[in-house]
Design a protein around this ligand. Structure first.
Ligand code: DGY
Length: 334
């Protein structure tokens, strides 16, 4: 570090005031008050003069950017749970430690996943739009109008039974869904028992049998297009898909095709393959009520952002004090 007590910390996006204030108290922190996304050149410049980089999921920290880092750059303390925007192997090769902010956005993300699980079959966005588009005027209740599909009694298939997947399962169980899951490893028998969960080592077999699929696994090379055209074709035409993890886990073009052809009943998406760009065909399907789209906001609560900031501060402080930061990410996690 160039200055052991007050390291130069470059923060790429605006953070909650409380977090920024603490960062300024502890570090020589360079903030981004107007929240303009940093350009590639600005990031290269930061890598060459800062001791610590605090990026978010909107910054692509790839191998060429990491290679451009000066010898003073020692820590990438990401303000994120996901780490798919950082080339961890390249950082490790360069001797740069990487940390993230796990745990603190689990409950908020699970809440929003549950909201989408409800919103799509119960036509929530469509119903709300009817009133706003018609400025509060509608012909009134009718027995056969705006009928959706019941949640209780259905089967949910959770892909990725980590912290968020398990939190989704707890909520889904309370709503009367029976829990099915696919994961690299089977969860502890106590968790399975509590959730009355059924484990499927074959994702294909699970997909063919569930009514709602919830994507909750991390984005890694192995999960890219995990829900491929072939796998999407296994789903029942009455089934729904919800994705609050990462867009690239679903082959979006194949999903659009299935939705258009009625091979899947609907989808609730908080994440997209080419964020922040959203496939116009998905937007059109949203207009037709087949999908509910959210702008990557499943963890967006003030509480989670402050907790994430606290984690970033703790990771930086621990690292500067010469200890292993609590949320260090190792290459083998991928
Ligand atoms: C993260 O931090 O990985 C989330 O996607 C933000 O919502």
């Amino acid at each position: 570090m160039t200055n052991k007590k007050r390291p130069k910390v470059y923060i790429t996006r605006k953070l909650p005031d409380a977090v920024e204030t603490r960062m300024r108290e502890l570090f020589d922190a360079e903030l981004n008050i107007d929240d303009t996304p940093r350009t590639r050149d600005e990031l290269v410049d930061a890598m060459q003069r800062a001791d610590v980089l605090v990026p978010t999921v909107t910054d692509r920290i790839d191998s060429s950017l990491i290679e451009a880092a000066g010898p003073q750059m020692k820590l990438i303390a990401s303000f994120s749970n996901g780490i798919d925007h950082i080339d961890i192997e390249a950082a490790t090769r360069k001797g740069i430690t990487v940390t993230n902010t796990p745990n603190v956005l689990t409950e908020d993300t699970a809440d929003m996943t549950m909201a989408l699980i409800l919103a799509v079959p119960r036509r929530l966005a469509e119903g709300a739009r009817i009133l706003t588009d018609r400025k509060g005027e509608w012909a009134g209740w009718s027995p056969t109008w705006m009928l959706g599909r019941r949640i209780a009694g259905k089967r949910i298939g959770i892909i990725g039974m980590g912290r968020i997947g398990t939190a989704v399962a707890r909520r889904a169980k309370a709503f009367g869904l029976s829990i099915h899951y696919h994961n690299r490893k089977r969860v502890h028998p106590d968790t399975e028992e509590k959730l009355e969960a059924t484990y499927w080592d074959s994702l294909d077999q699970m997909l063919a049998r569930v009514d709602i699929v919830s994507v909750n696994c991390p984005s890694t090379p192995a999960t890219y297009h995990l829900l491929s055209a072939r796998r999407l074709a296994l789903l029942q035409p009455t089934s729904y898909i919800v994705n609050t993890a990462r867009g690239g886990i679903i082959d979006e073009a194949a999903l659009v095709k299935c939705l258009k052809e009625g091979k899947i009943a609907g989808a609730g998406l908080d994440v997209f393959e080419n964020e922040p760009a959203v496939n116009p065909k998905l937007v059109k399907l949203a207009g037709e009520g087949k999908v509910v789209l959210l702008p990557h906001m499943s963890s967006a609560t003030l509480e989670s952002r402050i907790d994430m900031g606290d984690k970033v501060v703790i990771n930086i402080r621990t690292f500067i004090d010469g200890h292993r930061p609590p949320d260090r990410v190792l290459p083998n996690r991928m």
